[in-house]
Design a protein around this ligand. Structure first.
Ligand code: SAM
Ligand code: DTB
Ligand code: SF4
Length: 337
């Protein structure tokens, strides 16, 4: 099997982006089938365990205290409330529970509280993910000890566009946190946002930075900007939906074994666009009526969409195998036919 590459050049990614749409989709879909069951989708549910009041200045984010978005600052949720939400998510079909906090980085005193949440969610039989901002080495180790499977920390955009979006922390800080997460032995969930006014070259730059990390992130969330009134990016020109599909397709080709999540922005997408994204190689979603503070498609709608497309929720083992297995998947469909 061809080894995973970590030396992608910008021109190569741009050449993929420039392919005729059908050629790009055919290549991405073939890559997808070679490494994954093309009819299963990993299902995660997101919960904001600590909402709003964030000191950072991420230009897209409704939770930054400095923008007037109507999101009120709340304190860290109680353990029992978090576990009740996790149980409900599991009962609605999610296999992974992702806990998000509007922090620049957690305080050391927060870690035992989050660790208790992680233990509780694990006891429910779900995979765990958290996104709490920048982590020190010792914080990453403590979360790993509590049983955290994935840590979400996004590169967000290309290095050369980053300075137009965030000024309160550096790209290098993000790479450091990802290094601590990997060193602690956790899986990384790392992706970015498109539709922030970046160029195609910069979309390619995001994917290049992700694919050239020391290890491909096991989970790659591709968010389409959710425009929120009061944030600096509200009113940004909308990205051509086909360009969004191309971004998913190129992500699939350059990170063939990763689980690519069709992440924020689904509420503003039609079913047809989502179906194209699944064909192009997306194989994970957030399920549940809310992301962190903004809307997501309702649960019934997603259930119907899965039925109409013949998609099934991915079992936990399959998500794991996708990035650990050393032989290509021949295809469950081929076996079934
Ligand atoms: N505060 C932590 C941090 O930024 O690392 C964790 C939570 S933060 C909300 C997680 C990610 O959500 C961000 O890195 C960004 O990629 C995504 N995000 C936030 N607001 C978004 C929006 N309006 N549209 C799309 N993605 C968004
Ligand atoms: C990610 O890449 N997307 C999710 C998750 N990781 C934490 C967050 C999306 C947030 C969308 C805006 C909101 O709901 O506040
Ligand atoms: Fe804060 Fe995270 Fe939002 Fe940035 S993305 S403002 S760090 S909550």
């Amino acid at each position: 099997m061809t080894p995973l590459r970590h030396d992608w050049q910008r021109e190569e990614l741009l050449a993929l982006f420039a392919l005729p749409f059908n050629d790009l989709l055919a290549r991405a879909h073939a890559t997808h089938r070679a490494h994954h069951d093309a009819n299963t989708v990993q299902v995660s549910t997101l919960l904001s365990i600590k909402t709003g009041g964030c000191p950072e200045d991420c230009a897209y984010c409704p939770q930054a205290a400095r923008y007037h978005t109507g999101v009120k600052a709340e304190k860290l949720m109680d353990l029992d409330d978090v576990l009740a939400r996790a149980r409900a998510a599991r009962d609605a079909g999610a296999t992974r529970f992702c806990m998000g906090a509007a922090w620049r980085s957690p305080k050391d005193r927060d870690i035992p509280k989050v660790a208790a949440m992680i233990r509780g969610v694990r006891e429910l039989g779900m995979e765990t993910c958290a996104t709490l901002g920048m982590l020190s080495e010792s914080q990453a180790n403590a979360l790993k000890d509590a049983g955290l499977d994935y840590y979400n920390h996004n590169l967000d955009t290309a290095p050369e566009f980053y300075g137009e979006i965030i000024h309160t922390r550096e790209y290098a800080d993000r790479l450091d946190t990802l290094g601590h997460v990997r060193a602690a032995g956790m899986k990384t969930c790392c992706g970015g946002i498109v539709g922030m006014g970046e160029s195609r070259g910069q979309r390619a730059g995001l994917l290049q930075a992700l694919a050239n990390l020391p290890e491909h992130p096991q989970s790659v969330p591709i968010n389409r900007l959710v425009q929120v009134e009061g944030t600096p990016l509200d009113g940004t020109a909308l990205l051509d939906p086909f360009e969004f599909v191309r971004t998913i397709a190129v992500a699939r080709i350059v990170m063939p074994r990763s689980i690519v999540r069709l992440s924020a922005g689904r509420a503003e997408m039609g079913d047809e666009l989502q179906a194209l994204c699944f064909f192009a190689g997306a194989n994970s979603i957030f399920h549940g009526e809310k992301l962190l503070t903004t809307g997501n498609p309702d649960v019934m709608h997603d259930r119907e969409l899965f039925e109409r497309l013949g998609l099934r929720p991915m079992q936990v083992d399959a998500a794991h195998d996708a990035h650990t297995t050393h032989c290509d998947i021949v295809g469950h469909d081929a076996a079934a036919a």
